[in-house]
Design a protein around this ligand. Structure first.
Ligand code: IMP
Length: 432
């Protein structure tokens, strides 16, 4: 029996996956990150104290649950060490609840320097988190990346690092007119920061293979969102990994039939995105400001204000198809409290007045479309911390039902506040 649940973002990330993974971890034995790196910011609460995780899976608060960082994740050793220390300062025994694959590739200072240099240029600006993700994944695909396990072979590591830094320094200095990266300093810092991490290197795929063979419950935790997927998202304004469910298999080393059981798509009750790129339902006026303030829509990694918009059914449908979504978790429904009328984008229209029901492929096509909305009444009452479906006002239920009708997917969890308890579980994805 397949008892895995993939929990991933349906929109552009920041849907509130951290809280949902934390909520569901009580039903699981393993929580696995399989893509992205410290560009992610997953917020969880420990006794009302806010913790932001970047690379460590969101099951880390639970004793007896093994949190795994699988091969598809990019590792910044410094940032991971700091995250471990920060969790320990809150009394969480993180090191003993964590294992990391030696096959993870490293994010090194030259990756961050290239990311920064590109973001300074108008022509190549994406609005990245400046964590070096793009250049690190590029090195992997170009077959010049360095893996965590390469550090066990110090001589080899030193030699390759020197060659790679020389290569990138040429571009940094001569093309980007930036400062070069110091090899010796990078080597020393990398070896120093690796000390703790190397102790928890394990064969993560093997652990997972065995867990699946025993039919143990596993959560695969996505980072970013489907529309930021390098293949399926709003390219080029995307991240550099596969954020959709196909990435689970490649990023963990487990065959798709084993690792992809139930796919729980986390949808925010409105939309947000950070960075540049198409956003047809973006709200620029006072309602946008209202939602940003109420939803505290500021990047957990960068602090940037998030762009805010209405929900977009076309995007969600695309996401359902490319992820094989089984059910939805609708988050931040309470943020819409007090909004007089709520819009749902049900199609696009191009400049010639033609209706469009699928999302465009070229970044140029996005410029020619505008959203067509269905309008629903809002509700006056506060939904904040509502924990019972029967207590939702009829307008909120109509909104949830309309999303279900338009997408053909049932909402099985509704989130009405930041803590675990502020949730309405209609059907538990582990009980199927
Ligand atoms: P990168 O992943 O830092 O290269 O950034 C590429 C794009 O993905 C930018 O638009 C970022 O704002 C966005 N992005 C990356 N990570 C996250 C995330 O965790 N939440 C939301 N957006 C993200």
């Amino acid at each position: 029996m397949n008892r895995s649940v993939v929990i991933l973002g349906v929109q552009w990330g920041d849907e509130g996956k951290g809280k949902i993974v934390d909520l569901m971890t009580r039903h699981s034995k393993y929580v696995v990150r399989y893509q992205g790196g410290d560009n992610a910011g997953h917020t969880i609460f420990l006794n009302e104290k806010k913790l932001v995780l970047h690379t460590i899976p969101s099951g880390i608060l639970y004793e007896g649950v093994l949190n795994l960082i699988a091969n598809g994740v990019m590792i910044s050793l410094k940032s991971l060490s700091e995250e471990l220390e920060s969790l320990e300062s809150h009394g969480i025994d993180a090191e003993n609840r964590l294992a990391i694959s030696g096959s993870c590739f490293l994010v090194l200072p030259h990756h961050v320097a290239i990311d920064r240099a590109r973001e300074r240029r108008e022509g190549s600006k994406i609005g990245t988190t400046l964590r070096g993700m793009g250049p690190a994944y590029e090195d992997k695909v170009a077959r010049r990346g360095l893996k965590l396990s390469d550090i066990f072979h110090v001589k080899y590591f030193q030699k390759r690092l020197k060659e790679i830094i020389d290569f990138h320094n040429f571009h940094l200095v001569h093309y980007y007119h930036s400062s070069s990266i110091d090899y010796q300093k990078t080597l020393e810092e990398t070896l120093y920061n690796s000390k703790r991490i190397l102790k928890i290197v394990k064969d993560v795929s093997e652990i997972l293979h065995k867990a699946h063979k025993r039919s143990e419950p596993v959560i695969y935790e996505g980072a970013q969102g489907a529309m930021l997927d390098i293949d399926q998202g709003t390219y080029p304004y995307v991240t550099s990994s596969n954020t959709t469910s196909g990435g689970v298999s490649l990023g963990s080393g487990i065959g798709p039939k084993r690792c992809i059981g139930h796919v729980l798509g986390v949808v925010k009750a409105y939309s947000t995105r950070v960075g540049l790129g198409p956003f047809p339902t973006e709200i620029n006026g006072p309602i946008g400001k209202y939602l940003r303030k109420r939803g505290m829509e500021y990047g957990s990694t960068t602090g940037r204000p998030r762009r805010v918009g209405w929900i977009d059914i076309l995007m969600i449908k695309k996401s359902i198809e490319c992820n094989s979504i089984s059910s939805f978790c609708l988050t931040k429904l309470d943020v819409l409290d007090g909004v007089e009328t709520i819009k749902i984008c049900v199609s696009y229209q191009n400049k010639q007045g033609k209706r469009i029901y699928t999302i465009p492929s070229s970044s140029e096509d996005w410029k020619n479309i505008e959203p067509i909305y269905e309008i629903l009444p809002g509700w006056k009452r506060s939904l904040y911390k509502t924990r019972d479906y029967c207590l939702l006002p009829k307008e909120a239920i109509s909104y949830v039902n309309r999303i279900e009708e338009l997408t053909g997917i049932s909402v099985c969890i509704i989130s009405t506040g930041p803590s675990r308890e502020d949730s309405i579980i209609i059907k538990n994805p582990f009980h199927r």
